[in-house]
Ligand binder design. Structure first.
Ligand SMILES: [Zn+2]
Length: 450
């Protein structure tokens, strides 16, 4: 790690061409924060401890609640202020045992993951001939052949935003035409026979049918057989069900502002995960790198003008209730929220931040980002936000930011492969440095960001 320690200190000490004079006052603290973040692997080690100790953290699980209590204690150990939990009732969906297999013309077990929030099947499963479609137009064109079938949506992965619609709404679209179950080609680039879970959303006006993701390899096999005119039968078994809502919590820690403590910069990620892998990129890493800002400030004795608050939201994945609870709890204080930043795109090499706000605020954020040229994290993208900050940002008209990274997030997103070995200590340290500098300067600069 010694090699990477030298580079940012040298770079940060130079005056980058074209940067604003007001930012000069922040070169020294920025250098110290970057140096602290990059001189050790504290962030990576903490994320490893989280994943190794508690594993994945689905809403309603004991693992999530134990991890929340651990985070509270660790924040206190870091010397953070006003460390506490805020109660949130969360949905409690459990997967149970599940399987999918081709039963005819020949038996073949498939790798699958039931979709989050899906209902289960009867104990002996459902079995039917499969109908393969690549998009909703093909489904509608085959409307008279859907009844009694299991529909496979074999939509090629383009972007997450585009392709996820088949996972979220495909099951209900198929059910409306009489399908008895749905399969979805896993939403992600082709991996190594790795299905991706994630939420579906049942429409109110269609029957609820069980639904699961299968790997791209199995989806392609079914597609080829279908195209040859082979009648393929599939059996799907799922025990998935909802239990009564469970008690969970958002975790909050702060460094109180020295002059305007009522004005708040919020940073954070979501602490829950899917029930696969260890939720290290989604979103344990986002939680740890934002939390690092406060730990580093505390360690370096930096107390900004305004309060910096880290929030580890609960239940982003299958309910979003942590973000909603935050908005409701602080509805009278949203006007005092200067900026909200979420890290929920994985923790890989940081490139900068997405930002949504006024042009004046964007100009300030651009200036601050020049402090991050030394670690090549100075890009400001056209829009920023996150599922957990979204409700508050919308209700309060708050400037919104997200950490942007360069990595193959969607290859492991919501899979058994979401484990810490996909993340390097250097990337975590760089991401922590980037968030720390941005959050600190926004919290400290003389004029409020607006
Ligand atoms: Zn996430």
């Amino acid at each position: 790690m010694a090699v990477i320690l030298l580079a940012p200190l040298t770079a940060a000490a130079q005056v980058p061409a074209g940067s604003a004079p007001w930012i000069d006052a922040y070169r020294e603290p920025a250098s110290r924060m970057i140096g602290e973040a990059l001189s050790n692997r504290f962030a990576w080690d903490r994320l490893a401890e989280l994943g190794d100790t508690f594993g994945h953290r689905l809403s309603g699980s004991q693992a999530l609640e134990d991890a929340i209590q651990w985070a509270v204690q660790e924040m206190k150990n870091d010397g953070l202020e006003n460390v506490h939990t805020e109660p949130v009732k969360v949905p409690h969906w459990v997967r149970g045992q599940e399987s999918a297999e081709i039963t005819a013309p020949r038996r073949h077990a498939m790798v699958m993951l039931g979709l989050g929030n899906s209902i289960g099947t009867p104990a002996d499963g459902v079995e039917a001939e499969i109908l393969v479609v690549s998009n909703f137009q093909q489904l509608e064109a085959a409307a008279d052949r859907v009844k009694g079938r299991i529909v496979l949506f074999n939509a090629p992965f383009t972007t997450y935003g585009e392709t996820v619609t088949y996972r979220a709404t495909g099951p209900s679209r198929a059910a409306a035409l009489g399908a008895i179950a749905a399969l979805v080609r896993a939403v992600g680039p082709a991996g190594l026979r790795t299905p991706h879970t994630g939420s579906l959303r049942y429409a109110a006006d269609a029957p609820q049918i069980p639904a699961a993701a299968i790997s791209s390899e199995d989806a392609d096999r079914l597609q080829r057989m279908h195209d040859r005119g082979t009648r393929v039968r599939v059996r799907l078994k799922m025990e998935a069900k909802f239990l009564p809502d469970a008690d969970s919590f958002n975790v909050v820690g702060e460094i109180r502002g020295r002059e305007r403590p009522e004005e708040i910069v919020v940073i954070g990620g979501h602490f829950d995960s899917w029930d696969v892998g260890t939720g290290s990129t989604d979103d344990g890493g986002g939680c740890i790198v934002t939390w690092e800002t406060l730990r580093i400030m505390k360690k370096l004795n930096l107390r900004p003008r305004r309060t910096v608050r880290v929030v580890l939201w609960t239940n982003e994945e299958n309910g979003g209730r942590g973000g909603l609870a935050y908005r409701d709890r602080y509805k009278d204080q949203l006007a005092n929220h200067v900026l909200m930043m979420e890290s929920d795109a994985g923790v890989f090499r940081p490139t900068g931040f997405g930002f949504t706000g006024s042009e004046a605020a964007r100009a300030k954020v651009h200036d601050i980002a020049t402090l991050l040229r030394g670690i090549q994290a100075d890009r400001i993208g056209p829009s920023g936000g996150g599922a957990d900050i979204g409700p508050s940002v919308e209700a309060g008209g708050i400037p919104a930011m997200s950490l942007e990274v360069d990595g193959n997030y969607f290859l492991i997103h919501h899979t058994q492969a979401d484990t810490i070995d996909k993340i390097t200590p250097m990337d975590m340290s760089r991401a922590s440095a980037a968030v720390a500098v941005m959050a600190y300067v926004v919290a400290d600069m003389p004029e409020r960001l607006k």
